[in-house]
Write a protein that binds this ligand. Structure first.
Ligand SMILES: [Ca+2]
Ligand SMILES: [Ca+2]
Ligand SMILES: [Ca+2]
Length: 351
């Protein structure tokens, strides 16, 4: 009889352990985005440097990750800051891509006049190419980091929120990148003063085996004036074309090592060769070549990410549907009856 009394709490501990594991499994580390919902708006065409831009915006409203979590887009970043190491020697160039339009020679998205604007606006129809390359030549821009600011006064981190990274590319060839959360912001000089949590690495496998956005034709545009892309500045819009889709990775605030309630300002993306030397404070100065190497290539494993203009968006995870709670209750009931059977069998054996 004594045996039965002492083992019941043990069983409950095992049960609670199993429930905790099941709950933890719902919020895994950086995870592939399998499906997206989009919404499209269109404005009248615009002609820039003799080229027609159809000014279509297709934004991501919801995504579904590989663990069946559903996230809805919330805040769109007010600003992006392009951090270049202008002493690195190679080009101060920009390489970007635009989705081809409904007629030859046209492009579907609105035209962006700066690199920062190019990356904002939640639009899958344009983006950056080989973003963190320090290579010499047209593709090298010496961009060491890009900061996406959600709020200059800060917001309270919820662990049910996530950021997402979308890379143009073929399935199983997506580019590596690193991400960290900004936890201090100098609103006079517009730059991060602190990073929190951990520096998270995203590699090809994290994008999974599905492109949530299928292949489309694109052109690369190359500029030689830093972030400026206004009318008259561009010097090449057609040397390279291709057809690829877009893959995505979700990185939740808990993946990023933050405690709930931490004040956050936004997040930064950087090349895969960036390190923090074991201290997140080392990420603050993008000109420190100890942590931001200036020989980053445009290869996939270092600086080659091709961002879609879906950046600076905070996504909220939907709370589980009532049916999920129903299933959980059913599971607990089954476990209770299992415990009663188990207890009876122990009692029988003890007797
Ligand atoms: Ca890519
Ligand atoms: Ca670099
Ligand atoms: Ca690339």
């Amino acid at each position: 009889m004594r045996l039965a009394r002492s083992t019941a709490p043990q069983f409950i501990r095992h049960l609670l352990g199993a429930v905790a594991l099941a709950l933890a499994a719902r919020a895994p580390a950086q995870i592939a985005i399998n499906l997206v919902n989009t919404a499209t708006t269109d404005q009248s065409n615009q002609t820039i440097n003799g080229t027609v831009f159809e000014r279509t915006t297709t934004r991501i409203t919801t995504f579904y990750d590989a663990a069946a979590n559903i996230y809805d887009a919330n805040t769109v970043a007010g600003s992006a800051f392009i951090r270049r190491n202008t002493t690195a020697g190679n080009g101060n160039n920009s390489s970007v891509w635009y989705d081809q339009g409904t007629q030859a020679g046209r492009f579907s998205s609105p035209y962006a006049t700066t690199y920062a604007d190019l990356l904002l606006g939640n639009n899958i129809l344009r983006g950056s190419d080989n973003t963190f390359s320090n290579d010499a030549g047209v593709a090298g821009g010496n961009i060491e980091r890009i900061d996406f600011l959600l709020s200059s006064t800060g917001i309270s981190a919820s662990l049910d929120t996530a950021f997402a990274i979308f890379d143009r590319g073929a399935v199983n060839q997506h580019d590596y990148v690193k991400i960290a959360v900004i936890t201090g912001w100098d609103s006079v000089n517009n730059r991060p003063t602190a990073y929190g949590g951990t520096l998270v690495s995203v590699d090809t496998a994290d994008y999974g085996s599905t492109n949530p956005i299928g292949d489309f034709g694109y052109n690369l545009f190359r500029y030689d004036s830093g972030d400026a892309m206004g009318a008259g500045t561009y010097w090449d819009n057609n040397t390279e074309t291709g057809s690829q889709g877009i893959g995505g990775v979700a990185v939740s605030l808990s993946d990023l090592g933050l405690a709930a309630g931490t004040t956050i300002y936004g997040y930064s993306l950087m090349g895969y060769d960036v390190t923090n030397g074991g201290n997140m404070a080392n990420l603050v100065d993008w000109n420190n070549t100890t942590y931001y190497a200036t020989n980053t290539t445009g290869q996939s494993g270092t600086g080659g990410i091709d961002l879609s203009a879906v950046n600076g968006v905070l996504y909220n995870r939907r709370v589980p549907e009532p049916s999920t709670y129903g299933a959980l209750l059913l599971g607990l009931s089954a476990a209770f009856f299992g415990w009663r059977r188990w207890r009876r069998s122990l009692t029988a054996r003890a007797a």
